[in-house]
Design a protein around this ligand. Structure first.
Ligand code: 5GP
Length: 133
C-alpha cells in the first residue's frame, strides 16, 4: 500500500506544496514547529532515509538546499535547521525548520495551529522565493 506521502505526491491527499521536480516534492508539515516548517521527500517510496542511494541523497540534499533558501527568504531566521526522524511516517523525509534558537528544533514542542488560509499563505510565501530548477 502506498504511503501517505506517496498519496500526497499523487494528489490523492491534499498538501500545501512548496516546490517539486521530477524526483522530489516539498510541502508544509501539517503540524509545524514554526511557520515555514517544510518536509522534503523523494517521490520514490523508501522508508529509511539512509536506504536511499548515494545519488538520491545527494540530489535530495541539493533540492532541500534550494527549499531552505526559499524558507529563509520568506521567514527570516538565524538558520534553517534540518532533521531526519522518520519515526511516524515510513517514507523518507527531511524536516526543514526556520530557527530563531536551538529550542525551535525540539520535536516535543507544541505545534502551531494554523488555519487553512495561513497554510496557503505560508506555502505561497516560500514558493515565491524558490529559485526553480
Ligand atoms: P516523523 O516521521 O519525521 O517522525 O514525522 C512525520 C511528520 O510528518 C510529522 O511532523 C507530521 O506532522 C507530518 N505529517 C504526518 N502526516 C502528514 C500529512 O498527512 N500531511 C502533512 N503535510 N504532514 C504530515
Amino acid at each position: 500500500m502506498a504511503t501517505i506521502f506517496s498519496r500526497i505526491v499523487a494528489g490523492e491527499i491534499p498538501s500545501y506544496k512548496v516546490a517539486e521536480n521530477d524526483k522530489f516534492y516539498a510541502f508544509l508539515d501539517i503540524n509545524p514547529l514554526a511557520k515555514g516548517h517544510t518536509l522534503v521527500i523523494p517521490k520514490r517510496e523508501v522508508d529509511y532515509f539512509f536506504d536511499l542511494t548515494d545519488e538520491e541523497i545527494g540530489e535530495m540534499q541539493i533540492f532541500a538546499k534550494k527549499v531552505a533558501s526559499a524558507i529563509k527568504a520568506a521567514y527570516p531566521c538565524i538558520k534553517v535547521g534540518q532533521a531526519v526522524l522518520g519515526l511516524e511516517v515510513p517514507h523518507a523525509h527531511i524536516h526543514l525548520v526556520p530557527m530563531q534558537s536551538e529550542k525551535d528544533m525540539l520535536f516535543t514542542n507544541p505545534k502551531l495551529q494554523l488555519t487553512t488560509e495561513e497554510f496557503i499563505e505560508v506555502a505561497e510565501n516560500i514558493r515565491k522565493n524558490f529559485p526553480g530548477e
